[in-house]
Design a protein around this ligand. Structure first.
Ligand SMILES: Cc1cc2nc3c(=O)[nH]c(=O)nc-3n(C[C@H](O)[C@H](O)[C@H](O)COP(=O)(O)OP(=O)(O)OC[C@H]3O[C@@H](n4cnc5c(N)ncnc54)[C@H](O)[C@@H]3O)c2cc1C
Length: 445
């Protein structure tokens, strides 16, 4: 077992703050440059078109910022975490939608005023101009993606359907790029403007290609991951062990997750996120999956020896963000998997684990967790029952009763989205400082 002392590091700049700081700098520097470009060459053919251009330039920056948020760059991901980046991506996405729509309406209005024509007629006239047509197509795709991402629609769609529609955004980006290139006023108003936009687009696309394609392909070619064992843990839970070449160089930490493809089991385009359920020891990786649908249920039939394509490791749910010696680890159901891995890094003494399950039989990896907690002289509370039947162990008072010094600890929370949100709300009520709260939701989108 890889029992190392947790790194309670007091860095001058905590990792999450460094990640957020880098993103703020990216946004602010680009806003300053874009305002300067607008002030020097932003005038349109009338006042409305000038405002349209102003809004359009900001839409372009926002679009490229979006790429950075989803590029899965290890530096950012380890500091901020994919779930938080995804939430920001969602908010930035809806802001982008309104920015693009405002830009489009202002362009049509501006030309309608210029030509003294009705807006509908102007719209169709603009659709006949290649640069505008590309912009209209890009905007239409953004509207469609935003529509399927609205919570009420998203809830009704299969993950794969939603994800497939979402991928159209890459087409929208390509169209928006050519739209901006053909709209020569932004790209070629000066040598500096040309150089700036090329560098910005190449940087954002480069980050995306590096993080999403090059790095995973390189890591898989290097490590050549294969299934080494499949161990049923319960009727609906299975652990899959994966080995590979030089796994000591695979930069995973306890608490992180990977996105796994099992080409012999699933179709190659299907990938599922699963946390590492044991701290990586340089020889093998382990995931533990509860049957939720076809892919997770079928994992118990994956043949030993079959190839695995692994993307990651991802996530900021690690001891890198630890600030206090004492820890409270809270898991809901199968959310125990990264908690189980984190436990391996706990030193003796000050750890409390709360595991919420329907009944004792549902406690995944129960024996391992019990042993790890006992080895560290910690406390484990198996919290059984259903919320609908009145069992609310994560209500603020109940949490305080279980762990009176909760505000003095780092709190790690992992479970289904609803449970995680409920615990986070309770922690806020209990005045646990945000920097000591670390969470992972088993649901990204
Ligand atoms: C960061 C993270 C870590 C996770 N770790 C674990 C773990 O250690 N053990 C475990 O049992 N479960 C874990 N899950 C949940 C697990 O990913 C889903 O249960 C699994 O993907 C279901 O896939 P399916 O095809 O079997 O079922 P489906 O019926 O296809 O999916 C059921 C639900 O799972 C979610 N889901 C499916 N595919 C994806 C995907 N590619 N990305 C995001 N969500 C998806 C969707 O919300 C979907 O509605 C984790 C989820 C996340 C986001």
């Amino acid at each position: 077992m890889n029992a190392t002392v947790p790194r309670v590091r007091h860095r001058p700049v905590p990792p999450a703050a460094a990640g957020r700081g880098a993103l703020w700098i990216f946004v602010l520097v680009n806003l300053v440059i874009v305002e300067a470009l607008f002030l020097t060459a932003g005038t349109g053919k009338n006042g409305v078109l000038t405002v349209a251009k102003f809004v359009g330039l900001h839409a372009a920056v926002l679009m490229l910022f979006q790429l950075l948020l989803v590029a899965r760059l290890p530096w950012l991901d380890r500091r901020i975490g994919m779930d938080r980046l995804t939430v920001w991506h969602r908010w930035a996405g809806f802001t982008l939608l309104w920015t693009i729509l405002t830009h489009a309406v202002l362009v049509v209005l501006g030309y309608a005023l210029l030509d003294g024509a009705p807006m509908v007629k102007t719209f169709f006239a603009l659709a006949g101009v290649p640069a505008s047509l590309l912009g209209i197509c890009a905007a239409t795709i953004v509207v469609v993606v935003a529509a399927v991402s609205a919570r009420s629609v998203r809830r009704r769609l299969r993950y794969e359907t939603w994800h497939g529609v979402h991928l159209l955004l890459y087409l929208a980006l390509g169209l928006a790029f050519v739209h901006q290139l053909l709209e020569t006023t932004t790209f070629s108003s000066s040598v500096f403007a040309t150089a700036y936009w090329w560098v910005l687009w190449l940087f954002a696309f480069g980050a995306l290609v590096a993080g999403r394609i090059v790095l995973p392909l390189w890591r898989n070619a290097y490590h050549r991951f294969r299934v080494s064992a499949v161990v049923p843990e319960a009727e609906d839970v299975v652990s899959v062990y994966v080995t590979g070449r030089r796994l000591d160089r695979f930069p995973a930490r306890a608490g992180q997750f990977c996105i796994w493809r099992f080409p012999g089991h699933n179709r190659w385009w299907l990938a599922n996120p699963f946390s590492l359920s044991a701290a990586p020891d340089g020889r093998s990786l382990r995931l533990t999956a509860k049957a939720a649908g076809t892919a997770s249920a079928g994992l118990r039939h994956v043949p030993v020896g079959s190839r695995v394509f692994v993307e990651g490791p991802y996530g900021a749910f690690t001891s890198v963000h630890r600030t206090r010696p004492g820890a409270l680890l809270i898991a809901g159901g199968v959310g125990i998997t990264p908690i189980r891995a984190l436990l391996e890094e706990e030193p003796a003494g000050d750890v409390v684990v709360l595991h919420r399950v329907r009944g004792e039989a549902d406690a995944v990896l129960a024996d391992e967790v019990r042993t790890l907690v006992a080895d560290r002289g910690g406390r484990l509370h198996l919290l059984t029952g259903r919320t609908s039947e009145g069992a609310t162990p994560f209500a603020p008072d109940a949490l305080r009763a279980l762990v009176p010094d909760i505000a003095e600890r780092d709190v790690y929370v992992c479970g289904p989205p609803a449970m995680t949100s409920a615990v986070l709300a309770a922690l806020r009520e209990l005045d646990v400082p945000a920097r000591r709260v670390h969470s992972e939701r088993f649901g990204l989108a």
